[in-house]
Design a protein around this ligand. Structure first.
Ligand code: CA2
Length: 144
């Protein structure tokens, strides 16, 4: 059976492509989902692609990934910089996890340079727009 990679997206990423194109580009989350599926398929994996604006829902999905998926790619969005709950959920995983961001969080406001997720992720990719997702999938598969 084809193994699955969970690709999870945090708050406001449902707005991609509709607002703030200068910061986040014109690509929609649906476009990114298509790109992610294609890259994963090339590498022999299926993708479960989800977005939520709710921290607890993301925690539930991280736990679900831990019991059903081969690995996790996550753009925690603003929860990157605030969430001990996401840190704890990812720390508890026995599968690899890659943190990704569309923008280069280190080239923006100082508060975006700190991540609660990075210390418990296997690696971090940021600054490549929609390609951060495909690079994240490739990096994750290199760990599987
Ligand atoms: O660069 C990224 O991928 C971020 O995770 C995006 C988050 C931001 O809080 C992080 O610091 C970096 C914001 C996602 C909000 O996305 C929007 C898209 C279009 C319009 C408004 C927000």
């Amino acid at each position: 059976m084809t193994k699955t990679i969970f690709v999870l997206n945090g708050p406001n990423l449902n707005l991609l492509g509709t607002r703030e194109p200068d910061q986040y580009g014109k690509t929609t989350l649906a476009d990114i989902e298509t790109m992610a599926r294609e890259t994963a398929r090339e590498l022999g994996y299926a993708v479960e692609f989800r977005q939520s604006n709710h921290e607890g829902v993301l925690v539930d999905w991280i736990q679900e990934a831990g019991t059903t998926a081969a690995g996790l790619v996550i753009n925690p969005a603003a929860y990157t910089h605030t969430s001990v709950a996401l840190h704890d959920a990812i720390r508890a995983l026995a599968i690899p996890a890659v943190e990704i961001h569309l923008s280069n969080v280190h080239a923006r406001e100082a508060f975006r340079a700190h991540s609660y997720v990075s210390p418990v992720a296997d690696g971090v990719i940021c600054g490549f727009g929609a390609h951060s997702y495909t690079l994240g999938i490739r990096a994750l598969v290199s760990k599987l």
